[in-house]
Design a protein around this ligand. Structure first.
Ligand code: HEM
Ligand code: FES
Length: 780
């Protein structure tokens, strides 16, 4: 039986009609839930920590103080974002604390008529409007704003660079995003101070709990904001061909008056400033605070600005500027096993989702190299996902680039951080930093000011996440093979890895980056070991390593990453290595031994002198090791080894292409996923538009359809449409660009999926695979 909708201050459930999923009393209000108060200092200081108990024990609870159901876990929140019919965004901008009659009368006096914009518009009105208004947000259009953002950031830093102390919020982070927002919208720059006051009032009015005596003052500011927005809009209508998103909307109104309405334009004029301004200002203040609280991360981005895009993303995840968002339940539903009646209001605590260990490994840990950081929900998800996310990312990168370059010696001053009490928008009101101006790098090197570091428009590339390591030892382990032991420069642990993983080593320059399998012991967190065969006829990576790398040198690496996982549940594991292919296989054999698995290790080579690790392997694996030395006339008899398909047996192989092809041929009769082989080089040809056809991809979660032209990959077309998809190799080897396929036949071109996985047709690699027909439907 459906319960009546919740009332603020009361329990929404009849206790004698206990719905499924609740405790023995039927009352959903536990002690934790009863005590939940998002206007309290605990929530303001650290929202995910404040609701940790809920994330762990009671992932959805009813808050009698707020009159909302509060949702705290990643999957549930993403599912809510995904379904905007059951979970309407209509209350996203509703006042969370209803104002009294006096304040309402003031608002009325100003003709305040804030209405639906985009963020709180239901379907079917929302998507046509979003589609029409999206173009100015696409990467191609956004890049024109980069010089303006950089100029502003530099000017503001110039003002305080010699002072040795600054409140970054007051002296930079508040005003620059506001000016950028005004430029983006096309609003004149005057009245900035007034606007600043207005927009704070708007936040308090919408997401805060103003005291009764404050409500009237807030209402006056909001009323003034409303009228100001109306006047500016009228000014813009006089010159609709000028730049800016609002004028773009005015022009679109002429073509689609029923979609881009007057009410929308006036409301958006006000909401747009807040959407673009405070979110970004707060996000940057949170990010700088977080980075300075983790000095080693700050140092790393100062030394390697290439890490800034991924650091921005991790800051947005770990400490974003939107802590929670809202949805209205339109039909009886179930969330986390609890029946939620139609009419219920949801506070979806996205900052808590971003700290959910079920989705983010060691989620509280701040890791600027986290590979799935861009899965965070700070920008929302699906058809309402923040349209301005890439402008915000661009601004944050530029602020960090300028500050790390010009003030790498900056540190946090002693202070107590305060926040404007509200459920959703979150950032410190002040951020005091200090430094010694005598040590400003630009005093020694004025050329530093000329640098134009690149900005990444879109989610960060995994490709850019490099780390510095030091060569601790370089040991010859066979003819032409050197083993390098790599350790972190500051003695800290390196990332954990699993057998089959590789790292990318930059061989002298970032463009010459080569993949090498890890061959050491995964339990040894202090070092990563690779073995490199000198291949004079190769592409130059191994020659560079053999010719240049010495003990004590610094190298830049990426990873570890694993595209070649062994099946630890196999009934029997057949490990086959040829030559230098022993590197991943040796790590697998060690693991199989540790797990007590049934395994065999088959190792072939030209001569004993050319085969690495022979003694070590013999000592570790005894009779499980079979060695085939062609010089001695022994070859691995693959026909005998693999003649009969065997239930539950799995084969992992790495070695020369000829050996792998022979293995594939011998395994033809085996189940599709019995054989896993390591590919280091893709044989993916260049995309040839003459041989390809254009097709459409319908994105179910985002509600849009993107055309993939014959000369573009799906990945490139998605990114141009502002859809985030991670990628790494971009040549079909690694699996990071995988998306789920809901309909349509895929033309698979990757080396990641097995035959069976391809036939299942439920996922694809967007960097290379295409559609067989005219359309694919993707879960994006
Ligand atoms: C929507 C966050 C910057 C424009 C949203 C939503 C969130 C959000 C949570 C609602 C998403 C949903 O319901 O799924 C942020 C954050 C920002 C930021 C954290 C900065 C770090 C910006 C900027 C702009 C912007 C700079 C504009 C220039 C919008 C618009 C929407 C939106 C137009 C409505 C989209 C729709 O409903 O279709 N943003 N935002 N945002 N944001 Fe942002
Ligand atoms: Fe590596 Fe697509 S990015 S498979």
């Amino acid at each position: 039986m459906a319960a009546p909708p919740p009332r603020a201050g009361g329990c929404p459930i009849h206790h004698d009609a206990a719905p499924a999923g609740l405790g023995p009393t039927g009352c959903p209000v536990s002690a934790g839930a009863a005590g939940f108060d998002p206007f309290e200092n605990g929530y303001q200081q650290d929202p995910p920590e404040y609701v940790r108990w809920a994330r762990e024990q009671e992932p959805i609870f009813y808050s009698p103080r707020l009159g909302y159901w509060v949702v705290t876990r990643y999957e549930a929140i993403k599912a809510i974002f995904r379904d905007n019919l059951t979970f309407s965004p209509s209350i996203a901008l509703e006042k969370i604390t209803p104002t009294g009659p006096e304040a309402n009368a003031v608002l009325e006096q100003y003709g305040y008529a804030m209405n639906r914009t985009l963020v709180n518009e239901d379907e079917p009105a929302h998507m046509p409007r979003r589609r029409i208004l999206m173009e100015p947000f696409t990467p191609e259009h956004l890049k024109h704003h980069e010089p303006m953002v950089r100029r502003l950031a530099r000017e503001y830093v110039d003002r305080f660079i010699d002072d040795g102390r600054a409140d970054l919020v007051d002296q930079m982070l508040w005003e620059v995003p506001l000016t950028v927002a005004l430029h983006f919208l096309g609003v004149p720059e005057e009245d900035m101070d007034t606007l600043r006051r207005y927009s704070i009032a708007h936040t308090v009015n919408t997401w805060g709990r103003p005291k009764p005596e404050e409500q009237v003052a807030v209402a006056h500011a909001v009323g003034n904001f409303w009228q100001y927005a109306g006047k500016v809009l009228e000014k813009m209508r006089q010159a609709p061909d000028q730049p800016g998103w609002m004028r773009y909307g005015i022009r679109k109104q002429q073509e689609h008056p029923e979609v881009v309405t007057d009410s929308y334009l006036h409301s958006m004029m006000m909401a747009g400033i807040v959407a673009a301004h405070e979110t970004t200002a707060n996000a940057t203040a949170n990010a700088i605070k977080l980075l300075l609280q983790h000095p080693e991360a700050w140092r790393e981005i100062c030394e390697d600005p290439g890490l800034i895009p991924s650091a921005v993303e991790e800051c947005l995840r770990h400490n974003g500027s939107v802590a929670a968002w809202r949805r209205l339940v339109t039909r009886d539903t179930r969330i986390e096993g609890v029946d939620i009646p139609a009419g219920s209001k949801l506070l979806i605590v996205t900052s808590s989702a971003n700290h959910d260990d079920r989705h983010f490994a060691d989620a509280d840990f701040f890791d600027i190299r986290r590979e799935n950081a861009s899965d965070h929900l700070t920008f929302g998800y699906g058809s309402h996902q923040c349209m301005g996310k890439n402008l915000a990312r661009m601004e944050m990168q530029i602020f960090l680039q300028e500050l790390t370059r010009r003030l790498p010696h900056m540190r946090l001053a002693d202070q107590r951080f305060t926040y404007v009490p509200n459920t959703s928008f979150r950032g410190p009101e002040h951020l005091w930093v200090e430094w010694d101006p005598a040590r400003n790098p630009e005093r020694r090197d004025a050329a530093l000011l000329q640098a134009q570091p690149p900005v990444r428009i879109g989610e960060p590339s995994r490709h850019a996440i490099a780390r510095g390591v030091v060569v601790e030892s370089a040991t010859p382990v066979a003819d032409g093979i050197v083993k390098l032991r790599l350790v972190s420069p500051d003695g800290r642990a390196l990332p954990r890895w699993t057998p089959g993983s590789h790292i990318d080593v930059e061989c002298g320059e970032p463009e010459r980056s080569r993949q090498y399998s890890l061959c050491g012991d995964p339990a040894d967190a202090g070092a990563l070991e690779i073995a490199v065969l000198h291949e004079p006829q190769g592409r130059g990576g191994s020659s560079w390593i053999h010719g240049n790398v010495r003990v004590g040198d610094k190298l830049r690496i990426r990873g570890p990453r694993n595209h070649f996982r062994m099946d630890e549940t196999a009934a029997r594991l057949i490990l086959v290595a040829g030559g230098i292919g022993i590197t991943p296989i040796a790590a697998m054999a060690r693991r199989a031994r540790e797990l007590g698995m049934d395994y065999e290790l088959h190792y072939s080579g030209r001569s004993r002198a050319a085969m690495a690790f022979l003694d070590e392997l013999a000592a570790l694996h005894g009779s499980r090791l079979r060695v085939y030395v062609s010089e001695e006339g022994r070859r691995n008899d693959l026909a005998a080894l693999l003649g009969q398909p065997r239930e539950g047996w799995k084969i992992c192989a790495c070695g020369p292409r000829r050996m792998l092809e022979a293995l594939e041929a011998h395994c033809a009769a085996w189940p599709d996923d019995a054989l896993r082989i390591e590919h280091f080089e893709s044989n993916l040809p260049q995309l040839d538009p003459a041989k390809e056809h254009a097709f459409e991809v319908e994105l179910k979660d985002s509600g849009i359809t993107v055309t993939v032209p014959a000369d573009r990959t799906v990945l490139a077309a998605l990114r141009a449409a502002n859809i985030d998809v991670p990628s790494d190799c971009e040549e079909g080897l690694c699996g990071s660009c995988e998306v789920r396929v809901l309909a349509g036949q895929v033309d698979h071109r990757d080396m990641v999926l097995t035959r069976a996985e391809r036939e299942a047709n439920d996922r694809m690699m967007t960097c290379c695979s295409r559609a067989c027909g005219g359309k694919l439907v993707l879960e994006l």
